[in-house]
Design a protein around this ligand. Structure first.
Ligand SMILES: [Zn+2]
Length: 315
């Protein structure tokens, strides 16, 4: 374990924010950044992530094609307002659906992901270009990308300033960085009391708009746009209603499937085909998307959990 201080302010003092899974997140007194300290060292983190293939439900992620495609199209609509074509890099490309959609829109996409089976599925089944590894381990030509994109990746980065400088170096001057992340640092720590919703220590840093602006400014980016969508489905009442509705549909007529045995001896089998789109899931994704991105864009965001989409340009 190693103690860390704020990446922006150094040691300006912290206050306790939230504890879960035996880890503690603190908030910086200087800028409000929320981060885990002490945290596992890089070596310890690697060991934690080595169990990841059994921890992340790879099959579920690959089957969830409807949601992945929906999110990809939304992101590409936004990217399309600023860049119509060119080389695009996605960091944390998972099953590769975003890259496939990006290719269909005329981009020349490349992905990076640390999870081997995802990389195999994306390259062998979707036929997209993905490198297995991290931003630090994969060799890519500096200044060779027009767009860098990542979604729900930022909180996992152990060294966000270094990572953003690497993204900057990969972009041509004037290139576009688009990313999506939460707004945890804007909310009081009490909001998470008794929950594991911050996913510590997988999520090492939590930002809000103010801290995202600091991160961009310190790493050579000019922010063009920050879009805020209130996550209305994460509010307690609608969330409970949605879960009830889902359980109504999901368990009708068939008993709940037993949890698969997390057995290290049985490795995940990479599917050889793209799963067919399912009607119910497609409808659910459209309703979720409407609530999050259409209602969530106009709902009051004060004190609410939100997803932030940031568009920045490399200076
Ligand atoms: Zn700070």
């Amino acid at each position: 374990m190693e103690a860390v201080s704020c990446i922006f302010c150094g040691d300006r003092g912290t206050r306790p924010y939230h504890a879960e899974n035996g880890y503690e997140a603190v908030a910086c007194e200087g800028c409000g950044l929320v981060f885990v300290t002490p945290r596992p060292t890089e070596g310890e983190m690697k060991r934690l992530y080595e169990g990841q293939e059994t921890k992340v439900d790879l099959g579920l992620q690959i089957r969830n094609v409807e949601r992945a495609v929906y999110e990809a199209r939304r992101a590409l609509d936004l990217i399309g307002r600023h860049a119509a074509s060119g080389r695009l890099l996605e960091i944390g490309s998972a099953a590769g659906y975003f890259l496939r959609e990006a290719r269909a829109r005329g981009f020349s996409p490349t992905g990076i992901d640390i999870t081997g089976p995802f990389v195999r599925y994306a390259t062998e089944v979707l036929g997209v270009d993905v490198h297995e590894g991290t931003l630090a381990s994969v060799e890519l030509s500096p200044g060779s990308f027009d767009v860098v994109y990542h979604r729900n990746v930022l909180s996992h980065l152990a060294y966000p300033l270094d990572a953003f400088r690497q993204m900057h170096a990969l972009l041509r001057p004037g290139g576009l960085l688009v990313f999506q992340t939460g707004n945890v640092a804007e909310l009081p720590g009490e909001r998470w009391a008794g929950t594991n919703e911050l996913d510590l220590p997988d999520h090492l840093y939590h930002f809000g708009e103010k801290q995202l602006r600091l991160l961009a400014e310190r790493t050579g980016f000019e922010i063009l746009d920050v879009q805020r969508y209130a996550l209305l489905l994460h509010e307690p009442a609608p969330r409970a209603a949605l879960l009830r509705l889902q359980s109504l549909f999901r368990t009708k007529g068939k008993p709940a499937a037993p949890k698969p045995q997390k057995d290290k001896a049985a490795p995940f089998v990479v599917p050889t085909e793209v799963p067919p789109a399912r009607l119910l899931q497609t409808l659910e994704v459209l309703v979720d998307g409407y609530i999050t991105y259409d209602l969530g864009a106009v709902a009051s965001k004060e004190g609410r959990r939100a997803t932030l989409v940031v568009v920045a340009r490399a200076r």
